[in-house]
Design a protein around this ligand. Structure first.
Ligand SMILES: [Zn+2]
Length: 421
């Protein structure tokens, strides 16, 4: 028997270790769904970055098919420039709510990254929505501004308020009879991991053991679980399937590496003028006639090569693999050629993707004064990097435990199977 309705709750950045082990006792409703159905790890995509990852999950198509490789894309013109990713940037297969609509099924989508600007009045867009966009209810927030620089307990408080307002809105929508798919994504956890991970994870080199802050993160996982439980209680579980997912996990961020400076040292990146201090790479300042390699900052290095010679591509890949850690130690860096990750590549795709220390280190895009290795992020204090595995839990009619996807690219197809379409 299939489900008439699926309610899917996304916890951005939810960690399998915390949900299934460390905080499991604080999450009874999640445990109940696991008992009733199934759950496990959900592998993220390339790159495991929030905006492309959620849309890859919602469509079942990879970043190459969409032509979206991060929060910022690179314009596909002779003069490279950055463009902010929006809903219109995704050129590949359509998200599940549009596919369901073509079959006469209706959806509500709340907070899913990559949906700004919304394409329908049934979408409450997610992060990157401008602050002046109307909110669906009083107290609703699309995101918390300046989350990297707020005092931790203040941040927990503001994010908790944001989450309560989001799920109040979701409960209003859930109570209506006009949907078959209800998909909400809460971004709060991602923000809290960046602020609090080193208070919780004893493997973090900067682990503090601060039990008050560790408890604050545990309480927030408890809040997410509580709102999940309320949603389950509100809906008829004879006709409704439930699913909980995350787009990636979290792990300690050991530091940042300024890959553009590394390229400059090798003569692969040349600027018209020497930067005054350490600053973000301004593409207008690049001397393109004398530049062969450059990168954007982020959880991984998206490397763009301006020289088509395959031997040069291999030379850069080798140089990135050889890039040592801050104490000269060897890193477990993974470097992939774009053609190996994405058979089809729309738009201006990076040529290489480098996971520095396999996501232990963040890539910093800055150029100018200062060492290659930095203890933190160039955007402010940061304790966590994204990790490869997120979570999935599912239960209810139509849910076949053996058919649970292990990759986020399988989620949209799984939901269609649950609905029997
Ligand atoms: Zn995310």
């Amino acid at each position: 028997m299939n489900a008439d309705r699926v309610a899917i709750v996304g916890w951005d950045c939810a960690s399998p270790w915390l949900v299934f082990e460390h905080f499991a006792s604080a999450m009874p409703h999640t445990q109940a769904l696991l008992q009733r159905g199934a759950g496990g790890r959900l592998r993220s995509c390339h790159p495991p970055i929030t905006v492309p990852a959620w849309m890859c999950m919602a469509t079942g198509a990879d970043a190459g098919e969409h032509g979206v490789y991060g929060f910022r894309g690179v314009a596909d013109t002779t003069d490279p420039g950055f463009v902010l990713t929006g809903a219109q940037s995704f050129r590949g297969p359509r998200p599940i709510w549009e596919r369901l609509a073509s079959r006469g099924l209706s959806s509500h989508v709340v907070g899913l990254p990559g949906t700004w600007p919304p394409t329908s009045d049934r979408i409450v867009p997610g992060i990157l929505t401008p602050d002046d966009h109307p909110v669906p209810c009083a107290g609703y927030r699309y995101d918390v501004a300046d989350f990297r620089n707020m005092a931790p307990l203040q941040l927990v408080s503001e994010i908790s308020e944001m989450t309560v307002a989001r799920f109040d809105q979701v409960e209003d929508l859930a109570a209506r009879d006009d949907w078959n798919l209800l998909w909400v994504v809460e971004i709060g956890l991602d923000r809290l991991h960046h602020a609090l991970w080193h208070h919780v994870d004893p493997t973090h080199p900067r682990f503090t053991g601060d039990s008050r802050l560790a408890a604050a993160l545990r309480d927030y996982y408890g809040l997410l679980d509580n709102r999940l439980g309320r949603l389950v209680a509100l809906l008829d579980d004879a006709e409704t399937a439930f699913c909980v997912v995350s787009d990636h996990g979290a792990r300690p961020m050991l530091g940042g590496i300024r890959v553009n400076e590394y390229f400059r040292e090798r003569g692969w990146l040349t600027l018209h003028h020497e930067p005054v201090g350490s600053e973000r790479l301004d593409l207008a300042a690049v001397d393109w006639g004398r530049t062969r390699a450059w990168t954007t900052g982020g959880y991984c290095a998206r490397v763009y090569l301006e020289d088509p010679d395959p031997a040069f591509h291999e030379e850069v890949a080798e140089a990135l693999r050889a890039l040592p850690g801050p104490d000269g130690e060897r890193l477990a860096t993974q470097v992939h050629a774009a053609r190996d990750l994405w058979p089809l590549r729309r738009g201006r795709s990076p040529d290489l993707l480098a996971y520095l220390g396999d996501l232990d280190y963040r890539c910093l895009g800055t150029v100018g004064a200062g060492p290659i290795h930095q203890p933190s992020n160039d955007r402010g204090p940061d304790a966590a990097n994204h990790d490869w595995d997120g979570i999935i839990v599912a239960a209810g009619p139509g849910v076949v435990p053996a058919a649970l996807p292990t990759s986020l690219l399988g989620v949209a197809g799984f939901l269609e199977d649950v609905l029997g379409v």
